[in-house]
Design a protein around this ligand. Structure first.
Ligand code: ZN
Length: 175
């Protein structure tokens, strides 16, 4: 990025922020030449990192994939579309502010988990079970036990039968 003061082409990014509506990324930069600071604004579509899928393919970051990835987990739970949208927006903001050029789909899933847990524990367990693919049954069982320990007043079991490929758009990418 060319420095507006001295035209040096080298700078370092000091801070990266995503605008409230998620449309723009603002970067605070410091010129390597004159050390003065300036701010650049980029459209979010152009500055989000590429998502690296489990098979190594790359694709553009897409907030909607997070929404779809969560959809199966919130079936029949008291979680609104708005809440899911909001969660996806928050993840997008985090990913944007990480200031990286690439991010794994797995890491995106890991960023979804704690937010989903705050929203609804059953949805969280469902998502975790799909997302982590039951590869580690012990840790999954521990997770469920931990939730029981917190006593949500509900004792439903995760609805495994709702696992369909369509709903696994994001989840299936997580190795
Ligand atoms: Zn400069």
């Amino acid at each position: 990025m060319r420095c507006p003061f001295c035209a040096t082409d080298e700078d370092k990014v000091i801070e990266t922020r995503v605008s409230k509506d998620g449309s723009e990324i603002r970067r605070r930069r410091e010129c390597e030449g004159c050390k003065r600071r300036f701010t650049t604004y980029e459209r979010i579509e152009e500055s989000m990192p590429q998502v690296v899928k489990a098979d190594g393919r790359r694709e553009p970051f897409d907030r909607n994939k997070i929404v779809h990835g969560i959809a199966a987990s919130v079936v029949k739970r008291r979680v609104s579309r708005d809440q899911v949208q909001q969660l996806a927006l928050e993840v997008e903001r985090e990913v944007g502010e990480a200031g990286v050029s690439e991010i794994s789909s797995r890491e995106i899933g890991e960023r979804v988990l704690p937010k989903l847990r705050e929203l609804d524990q059953i949805a969280y367990v469902r998502f975790a079970s799909i997302y982590r693919d039951f590869r580690d049954v012990d840790s999954f069982t521990k997770e469920v036990d931990a939730l029981k320990g917190e006593d949500t007043g509900r004792h439903e079991t995760p609805a495994h039968e709702e696992r369909t490929d369509e709903h696994l758009a994001v989840a299936a990418d997580g190795e």
